[in-house]
Ligand binder design. Structure first.
Ligand code: GAR
Length: 203
């Protein structure tokens, strides 16, 4: 049986589209069981609907910070109803509660547009430019209870060029994101890896 993915997103959804395209092209043996957005106007949600996928808007409005766990319980209900094997954060700009993360050990992946542990958080490309790094890139990692801090599965390096703006750098990085996210998902679904401390070894 095909492994079932839940994709969580908040915006444009280009990483989600890249994953869906990898599946369509036969490069990733999985199916997208569920796309959840925490914003009803997320373009990625509209694309998921156009593609005939099961797409759900789970609005965070009305859930104050202290109600994060309640929101995440609804998220987990939706995920469990759809019997998914792996949860992929694809531009999901909402922190997950520790309770949610503990519920799915080793079953949540995230993609982040920097070479972690450099530049976690937001406005990442601007952080990289402000720091003057010569290379940046992207990282796919397991999600733990910290911010962008779990064991690293895949990274790709992208040069920072003179004259780069945050937008130009982001455009170069996202191309690599689209490539490595599907590779990382395939690896995790295959089970051909082991985690030792912070290190992920392919076996
Ligand atoms: C991507 O660059 C992703 O790495 C980033 O948001 C963008 C979403 O683009 N995620 C984070 O910064 C999470 N910390 P997309 O909606 O087109 O996939």
């Amino acid at each position: 049986m095909k492994k079932r993915l839940a994709i969580l997103l908040s915006g444009r959804g280009s990483n989600f589209v890249a994953i869906a395209d990898s599946i369509r092209a036969g490069k990733l043996d999985a199916e997208i069981a569920l796309v959840i957005a925490n914003q009803s106007d997320a373009p990625g949600l509209a694309i998921a609907r156009e593609r005939g996928l099961n797409a759900v808007a789970l609005l965070a409005k009305g859930f104050a910070r202290e109600e994060r766990e309640e929101y995440d319980r609804r998220l987990a209900d939706e995920i469990e109803k759809n019997k998914t094997d792996l949860i992929c954060l694809a531009g999901y700009m909402r922190l997950l509660s520790p309770e949610f993360v503990r519920r799915y050990p080793g079953k949540i992946l995230n993609i982040h547009p920097s070479l972690l542990p450099a530049f976690p958080g937001l406005e990442v490309q601007q952080q990289a430019l402000d720091h003057g790094v010569k290379f940046s890139g992207c990282t796919v990692h397991f999600v733990d209870e910290g911010l962008d801090s779990g064991p690293i599965i895949r990274q790709a390096v992208v040069p920072v060029l003179d004259g780069d703006t945050a937008e130009l750098l982001a455009a170069r990085i996202i191309q690599e994101e689209h490539r490595i996210y599907s590779e990382a998902i395939a690896l995790v679904l295959s089970g051909n890896y082991r985690i030792d401390g912070r290190r992920v070894y392919e076996s």
